[in-house]
Design a protein around this ligand. Structure first.
Ligand code: ADP
Ligand code: G6P
Length: 484
């Protein structure tokens, strides 16, 4: 089937002012209960990217606090404002979290949109809860936005919100951005509620994706499943009186590269990086992995490849070690418990076979660390391993690159990440091909400093040019029609 051309990223600018952001997660998350409750930065790339993009903007962020509400009451102690950013809450009960978040969003849509690498599970009652929760997010958004305001809805948990918002507030400009991939129509067509999801998204004026492929997949789904006829990057959606135009485009997300670079250069982080190298045994070649503990990330695959490469002599056991940092994620969902077991089995096997007393081959930490500690790890590591089976973008790779201020370091990157569409200077791999992955680890170990530095220079140019500020401005400028 011929694919509809979609324009690449746009570069026009506009200021994100008086903006309403609607996302499942607020930037901070409640941990613990009652008097023991504390706040921490919410996990994942959406919050990492969006928070700096909104700094200094007049914006309100509507989302869930991570707290389980008994019967819809607000989270005690949730601030109304965070560094000038307004906070609006959508409380979720245990049942909401079970059916909408863990069920429909993370048991059905997340795996389906990631090439069904785990089997999506479809339950009708979970979709009913998804509709109900999306309606509550839309209600809070509609109440919060000023007349003719701009609302920016985020991610797969809230795909019905654009349409629900438009029904209540046709005066508003509505943008939607999907942080994860949009799958090929052959997969998307499985979804029992495919029509409702497409119609929900088409409630927006602008629907943005991480890659041109995702945007094309969406347009194909609209053509095949709704029998509409997209022309280029536009879909004419029938309304009671005439048609409304929806634009579709790709807007690859970036990071706040300058702030990562600045943090990496601080004496405290540099000193901590040297200390981490010592703690890891002063090996000349340190491989690093940093991910949410998610089955899409290919964590077990990269560890297996590392172990086999050492066993087969592709990597010299006296020269290399590996550090894997995994942040616990969605632990009530069955597939996440399984991937934890799989990862920990591989760590145990590799360390059992190759480790020495006080000196494991893989150092595995299953915990969140502070931004400073994370950046020190990026500075300490000689190579980053990013091997997802599918990933909308992957911000970790961009963070690592931003921290390599002296152009050293190497990146092994799965071709199935959105980032691979931009970062051509990485060592690109097919994570399903274990032998190729092992050979690539060997290639990193034997690359000359000149080759690595040339590659890193190319990577850094890209990461700094396509930063999060540019992403937000591009999206909002296109949304406001101020494209130049
Ligand atoms: P995803 O959004 O799927 O989690 P990304 O790579 O896009 O994947 O974003 C992950 C974000 O989470 C990054 O900003 C990264 O710094 C952060 N992160 C991942 N693991 C940890 C950890 N163990 N501790 C602290 N932050 C982490
Ligand atoms: C990815 C998703 C985000 C999500 C994040 C963390 O980045 O795109 O929408 O917030 O993972 O996952 P969690 O389920 O903890 O919010």
């Amino acid at each position: 089937m011929p694919q509809t051309p979609v324009p690449g990223p746009v570069t026009a600018t506009s200021d994100p002012q008086d903006l309403i952001v609607v996302a499942n997660r607020l930037p901070i998350e409640a941990v613990g209960e009652g008097p023991d409750m504390t706040w921490q930065r919410s996990p994942g790339g959406l919050v990492s990217a969006l928070e700096p993009a909104l700094q200094g903007a007049r914006a309100t962020w509507i989302g869930w606090s991570g707290h389980l509400s008994g019967s819809g009451e607000a989270t005690p102690g949730l601030p109304e404002e965070l560094d000038g950013l307004g906070i609006g809450e959508v409380p979720l009960t245990e049942l909401d979290v079970h059916d909408y978040y863990e069920g429909l969003a993370n048991g059905a849509i997340w795996p389906l949109y990631h090439d069904a690498v785990a089997t999506p599970i479809y339950h009708r009652h979970e979709f009913e809860r998804y509709v109900d929760v999306n309606r509550r997010f839309a209600d809070v958004g509609a109440q919060s936005a000023p007349p003719n305001g701009v609302v920016w809805v985020h991610d797969y948990q809230l795909q019905l919100v654009p349409r629900l918002l438009r029904e209540q507030r046709p005066d508003m400009r509505i943008g939607f951005f999907l942080h994860i991939p949009f799958p090929p129509v052959e997969l998307f067509a499985q979804l029992p509620w495919r029509r409702q999801i497409l119609e929900g998204l088409l409630g927006a004026d602008l629907v943005g994706f991480q890659t041109v492929t995702s945007a094309q997949n969406f347009l194909s789904a609209v053509r095949r499943l709704l029998a509409l006829r997209p022309g280029g990057d536009r879909v004419e959606v029938p309304e009671t009186h005439g048609y409304r135009t929806v634009r579709v485009g790709s807007f690859p997300i970036g990071i706040d590269a300058k702030s990562f670079e600045a943090l990496a250069m601080t004496p405290a982080v540099q000193a901590r990086a040297r200390e981490i190298r010592r703690e890891l045994g002063d090996y000349p070649l340190i491989f690093l992995g940093v991910d949410r503990l998610d089955y899409t990330k290919g964590i077990d695959i990269r560890m297996r490849a590392f172990g086999e490469a050492v066993r087969d002599g592709i990597l010299d056991a006296d020269q290399v070690t590996m550090l894997q940092l995994a942040i616990p994620s969605r632990e009530n969902v069955e597939e996440y418990r399984r991937i934890r077991d799989d990862v920990e089995l591989v760590v145990g096997r590799v360390n059992g076979d190759l480790g020495r007393v006080g000196d494991p081959a893989i150092h595995y930490l299953r915990q969140a660390v502070s931004r400073e500690e994370l950046v020190a790890m990026y500075v300490a590591a000689d190579a980053l391993l990013v091997t997802p089976l599918r990933d909308g973008m992957n911000l970790v790779v961009k963070e690592y690159v931003a921290c390599r201020t002296d152009n050293t370091g190497a990146v092994v990157l799965s071709e199935f990440t959105g980032a691979a569409q931009q970062l051509h200077d990485a060592f690109l791999v097919n994570p399903y091909d274990l032998d190729q992955l092992k050979r690539t680890l060997g290639a990193v170990a034997t690359a000359t400093p000149e080759e690595l530095s040339e590659r890193m220079e190319g990577l850094r140019t890209n990461v700094f040019e396509h930063d999060v500020d540019r992403w937000a401005r591009s999206f909002l400028a296109t949304l406001s029609g101020a494209l130049t």
